[in-house]
Design a binder for this molecule. Sequence first.
Ligand code: ATP
Length: 206
Amino acid sequence: MENPIKPLIIGLTGGIGSGKTTVANAFAAKGIELVDADVVARQVVAPGSAALQQIVDHFGPNMLLADGSLDRAALRQRVFSHAADKDWLNALLHPLIRQKMQDELAAASSPYVLFIAPLLLENQLQSYIDRLVVVDVTEQTQLARTLLRDGGSEQQVAAIMAAQVDRTQRLAAADDVIDNSAGPEQLAPQIDALHQRYLKLAAQRR
Ligand code: ATP
């Protein structure tokens, strides 16, 4: 996985509730900059953005909440049953999201940058990264931790898991794996070791 953009870009992915945020925060504590695909996707439709205005022009003012932000539930509902609307929305947002992700990755000033993308494999974003680290737990652990964090039903979480690539596919795509099946004390040494490896790889590029 080669990319022409400096600095070294490490992709971080994992299924729902696997511990991506927990792991990313540990890298951030070491001074590593993070670019989060979900955050970027929200920023491109922030209040005042050209994309939000285009969505309102296209679908009407009922796409806005009272505070002027995007009503994601209304938009999801609208495109769910209208394929042409979904295509229109994707054609608007995908180039904007991709450009902003690239800009932020290229602008990072830490020795390497962590690109957090829960759907990195599903959305085929491998060309953005130099190396992929997967946060790995069993499906039972994903389910248990997500329910503990968010509440909701087992069926809801299972449906989200079913829409994501499965554990085997994720592990097959991984260059590095962080085993998050045990407690936080198990994470630190793995993250320390990867941090050292990534610093070395970053130094080799310079
Ligand atoms: P999502 O894809 O849903 O955003 P995520 O991959 O970012 O999830 P986290 O939010 O980091 O996952 O972790 C899921 C939940 O599990 C959180 O409540 C977190 O505090 C908890 N958790 C993470 N790692 C561990 C661990 N090693 N032991 C126990 N709980 C953990």
